[in-house]
Ligand binder design. Structure first.
Ligand SMILES: [Zn+2]
Length: 394
């Protein structure tokens, strides 16, 4: 009996617009683009169908996004309208150099941070994490200079050469990159899925921020489904992973998913640095909540899904090992200064609490299937936070 996912046929039409220079490059240089596009379609095919939305997606790596350079760490979702005012198709775009930069980040920073032995360096000398991030930035900057002179293919090549990346490195960082790009791709598809695009509605900045939280949480749910819930309980899969039991595979995939969220958090701080003259930052903006608030809600949601659905599969020891691994990495992030303390304070500002309630309201209003159970949790969290923050006031 096959243990594979059941194939589904849908009417989705899709197109991917690659920068043409890509086709003169090698496998590991093209991989980030192919995989990012795959990750959009992986959830897009099913998601748009479930929500009765037009099953048409274009993934475009060549468009210049408003207010972004071709090397901004960013992605965006937009909709094309039919003359009758209904959505016709969705566009998911990233700046041209972004997927490649995410790959370099995974190869240079997270492959080491999430390697159980190599990570000791950061534990003993937290500041070395900052230097590792700087090394990644140097590679990306070499790419940016080449981009300005000669275009995207030379940018990618220059970045890889500066960082000494070889095709062999793919085996160490392909999964990290995949998990990172999944979160970004899922978030963007999530914007369509939660029905944020409505022609006759203007959203306030507060509602826009709430939609960001919702897209995050839908993305978290998909990450959990793909990485943890749908872990095959088969000898074939265990052999593939080199693990003995079903519990071991769930444990390994749970750790990978939690780490992937931490990778995304570091990346958000670097994206903040691109906007803030080089200073790592998780500050929010008018339409985006602070990075730490976003991370905390996604982390709690993922951990709750794992702990509540797999409490009988995972041993107590495994559950606490998952928590320990998380705490160990957070400790490194805080001690290294990668999580700016000012932003930690900022995310605890009472003014951000309202976003959480608005998100809960919109989840109900837009009838987002996966998140119905999350709405009461969000309201509880908001109440609890408000209570704690009030009592902190002098
Ligand atoms: Zn978004």
């Amino acid at each position: 009996m096959s243990n594979r996912r059941k194939p589904i046929e849908t009417g989705l039409t899709s197109s991917v617009v690659y920068p043409s220079g890509l086709f003169s490059l090698e496998k590991d240089e093209v991989y980030p683009y192919e995989r990012f596009a795959y990750n959009v379609l992986d959830v897009g095919v099913h998601g748009l169908h479930v929500r009765d939305l037009p099953e048409s997606i274009t993934i475009d790596f060549t468009r210049l996004l408003p207010g972004c350079s071709p090397w901004s760490i960013n992605a965006s979702a937009s909709v094309e309208w039919a003359p009758d005012g209904q959505p016709l198709s969705y566009h998911i775009s990233t700046p041209e150099f972004t997927p490649s930069m995410l790959y370099m980040f995974s190869a240079v920073v997270t492959a080491q941070l999430f390697d159980d032995e190599a990570c000791d360096v950061f534990r003993d000398d937290p500041e070395s994490l900052g230097r590792r991030i700087q090394h990644f930035v140097d590679g990306a900057s070499a790419g940016v200079r080449a981009y300005r002179d000669k275009g995207i293919a030379h940018a990618i090549r220059a970045g890889y050469e500066t960082l000494g990346l070889r095709i062999l490195d793919m085996q160490n960082c392909a999964d990290d990159f995949d998990m990172l790009s999944k979160q970004i791709a899922y978030h963007e598809v999530g914007h369509a899925y939660i029905k944020q695009f409505m022609r006759d509605r203007e959203w306030t900045p507060l509602q826009c921020r709430a939609y960001e939280l919702m897209a995050d949480l839908v993305g978290t749910e998909w990450l959990y489904n793909g990485m943890v819930r749908n872990t095959p309980d088969s000898d074939e899969y265990r052999e593939f992973r080199g693990l003995d039991t079903y519990a071991d595979t769930i444990f390994a995939n749970a750790i990978m998913s939690m780490r992937a969220q931490q990778a995304n958090l570091i990346l958000a701080a670097i994206a903040g640095a691109q906007r803030k003259q080089g200073q790592l930052s998780l500050a929010g903006g008018e339409t985006h909540p602070p990075g730490l608030q976003r991370y905390q809600l996604q982390h709690i949601h993922l951990y709750t899904l794992i702990a509540s659905n797999f409490s009988k599969v995972l041993s107590k020891g495994q559950l606490s090992a998952i928590e320990r691994d998380w705490g160990d990495k957070m400790d490194i992030l805080v001690r290294s200064g990668v999580l700016p303390l000012d932003d930690l304070e900022d995310s605890l500002d009472l003014s951000h609490c309202d976003t959480i309630n608005v998100a809960a309201d919109l989840i109900v209003e837009q009838n987002v299937p996966e998140l119905q159970k999350v709405a009461p949790f969000l309201r509880e969290t908001r109440k609890h936070l408000a209570h704690v923050l009030q009592s902190r006031k002098p």
